[in-house]
Design a protein around this ligand. Structure first.
Ligand code: ADP
Ligand code: MG
Length: 322
């Protein structure tokens, strides 16, 4: 039987090696950080709860990946460079196979982003995983939700809706063959945090956020915080490869309201379009222009001809959505 201390040592401590900014990692009462002089720290936490954010029998490797990916996605949405993270979690039992896989998925993604596990807390209880992530960026460079301006273009990275389509198939809302279901489900289980794009957009984009609860609702946060409105060209929203094969109505519904894609939505002035496209190329991330910010409050949807479209907005909310 693994003790708590052995568990931490075996699976998580090995990742914590001294770095320029990390004076002391796992093992003491606190980690000690020495951030780069003159930089601002960006800090964010995300908690994933079994049965709410993931299926209790989720593949532990990809669960480890996803827990960190959603946190990296928050740094990406600010344009911050990842530094490190803490992992606080409760788990029902110390199962070595599960822990090995979970740590492998988590730390593989951490390595890809040079992001170190610097501490945490481990207790017994229902599976619940909370990561707090730290990043840094030059003061004034953050892509804040309150910085959108009338006239800005609205851009989306990657594609939307496949994660929601996978859930729809799981709930038997939408029929999908098993190959398509598997492909769509990969989007739900293996989100790609757009860290390089976020950093490349510093000084170019005005506002940004990552889409976790659906574009309509998440873009609404930018509109509210920036006191502006927006027009979205519904049929320019980039649907995921599986969703592209579905009906127009499903494509519209899931690109607009589907959550769990972890793509970036950002705004930038039209005279910087070339720079946005260069940032996209440099970071290897496709981007699509899908609308514009204007001064009139509210979100308006139009079709390719510019005619208004009425579609209900739904955004996921833990306390109002079942
Ligand atoms: P404390 O008694 O202060 O809560 P712990 O015994 O819980 O300390 O933790 C010992 C060390 O191991 C600390 O440095 C802590 O940050 C680290 N740690 C605990 N759990 C984890 C984890 N899941 N991942 C990484 N480090 C961890
Ligand atoms: Mg502790």
């Amino acid at each position: 039987m693994l003790s708590e201390f052995e568990l931490i040592q075996r699976y998580f401590a090995r990742h914590s090696v001294a770095d320029e900014w990390l004076a002391l990692g796992v093992g003491d009462d606190c980690a000690l950080l020495q951030p780069t002089p003159g930089m601002q720290l960006a800090v964010s936490s995300d908690m994933l709860v079994s049965g709410r954010h993931f299926f209790p029998d989720a593949d532990p490797f990809w669960l480890g990946h996803k827990c960190l990916a959603v946190n990296l996605s928050d740094l990406a949405a600010m344009g911050a460079q990842p530094l490190g993270f803490t992992l606080a979690f409760s788990l029902p039992e110390a199962n070595p196979d599960w822990l090995e896989q979970f740590a492998a998925g988590l730390l593989q993604l951490a390595d890809q982003h040079h992001c170190r596990l610097i501490g945490g807390d481990t207790t017994k209880g229902p599976l619940n995983i909370c990561i707090t992530i730290l990043g840094e960026q030059p003061p004034g460079s953050a892509l804040r939700r309150d910085a959108a301006q009338a006239g800005d273009d609205i851009w989306i990275s990657g594609t939307l809706g496949d994660a929601r389509l996978a859930l729809g198939a799981y709930w038997k809302e939408v029929p999908l063959n098993s190959a398509d279901h598997l492909q769509a489900a990969l989007r739900m289980h293996r989100p790609t945090p757009r860290v390089a794009l976020g950093m490349a957009l510093r000084g170019i984009a005005h506002a940004a956020l990552d889409i976790s609860d659906g574009l309509a609702g998440d873009l609404g946060h930018i509109l509210k915080r920036s006191s502006v409105g927006a027009i979205l060209e519904l049929d320019r929203l980039p649907a995921g490869p599986v969703l592209q094969q579905q009906t127009l109505s499903l494509r519209r519904q899931f690109t607009l309201n589907g959550g769990d894609d972890y793509e970036l939505c950002f705004t930038a002035p039209p005279h910087r379009r070339d720079e946005v496209l260069a940032a996209a190329r440099q970071s290897g991330t496709p981007v699509t222009r899908v609308g514009s910010i204007d001064a009139a409050p509210g979100l308006r949807l139009v079709d390719a001809a510019g005619d208004p479209v009425t579609l209900a907005f739904q955004s996921f909310d833990h306390f109002t959505t079942s």
